[in-house]
Design a protein around this ligand. Structure first.
Ligand code: BT5
Length: 237
């Protein structure tokens, strides 16, 4: 199936690929850096990768879905990466990709208020890092999980998967969460959720709604959460 013509901008070094993509957004543009020196996570956190060992890219899309569905786009991006990484890649809500419960990929989706509005989908995948090169113990890399992959091939697979998954999502936005549930490592788990504003809640994740919100059963009743950092409290069953 022929895809669109991608406008790929490859940098040997860049600060943040998301920043570069957002500064000059154009449909089907992909910014990729061999070394990202100031990678960004959510909430001003850092995404840290050594030169030449990770895949760090940002792809620009103009999603043709009603704005009510935009909060689901980060989940779609995580799902698109997970299906490339294999059957054992799971999703920690909202969109971290895990292998064996450790984070192999982080995603940062940002909206650009251009005309039409676009999204920058930033994806960082740990590919060749050794244990020493990972910034936190909760991280892993593909090579540490026993799968060496070629970064260029992975790049092609991830960009194509993003396009396919966003296309399907745009066609049937209300059914995406059915697929997402099957990849979730957070569903049915006991979790602690750190909410914006230093509030923490604990409970069991009973489901996600069609808009990607997490439904948490707590001692005080059911909460519907649209943002937060999840900590899985017990091993997966
Ligand atoms: C994320 O944030 O997981 C989003 C990361 C997005 C990175 C991509 S790379 C291409 C594009 N350009 C950018 O500038 N960003 C995007 P968050 O959920 O806030 O997680 C950040 C936290 O993950 C940090 O505070 C660390 O604890 C941890 N971390 C940092 N680097 C990591 C790595 N390489 N692997 C795993 N965990 C990491």
């Amino acid at each position: 199936m022929a895809g669109p013509q991608w406008d790929v901008r490859l940098y040997a070094e860049a600060g943040s690929t998301n920043e570069l993509a957002a500064a000059d957004p154009a449909r089907h543009r992909v910014v990729v850096a061999d070394h990202q020196q100031a990678g960004r996570g959510r909430l001003d956190r850092a995404w840290v990768t050594p030169p030449g060992a990770a895949l760090t890219l940002s792809a620009v899309f103009d999603p043709v879905v009603d704005t009510a569905w935009w909060p689901v786009i980060p989940l779609v991006a995580g799902y698109a990466v997970a299906r490339v990484l294999g059957a054992d890649a799971t999703l920690k809500w909202p969109n971290d990709v895990l292998i064996a419960e450790r984070k192999v990929c982080g995603i940062l989706v940002e909206r650009v208020n251009s005309r039409p509005p676009m999204v920058v989908i930033g994806i960082g995948i740990n590919v060749d890092q050794t244990e020493d090169e990972l910034p936190v113990p909760s991280a892993t890399s593909l090579v540490l999980e026993g799968r060496g992959v070629d970064r260029t091939e992975l790049f092609g697979q991830v960009v194509s998967s993003l396009r396919i998954c966003l296309g399907r999502f745009a066609a049937h936005p209300g059914t995406f969460l059915n697929q997402y549930r099957g990849r979730s490592s957070t569903l049915d788990r006991d979790v602690r959720v750190e909410l914006p504003g230093d509030v923490t809640v604990e409970g069991r994740v009973s489901d996600f709604d069609a808009y990607g919100r997490l439904l948490l059963e707590t001692a005080d009743g059911l909460l519907t959460l649209s943002a937060g950092d999840v900590v899985h409290l017990r091993p997966a069953r």
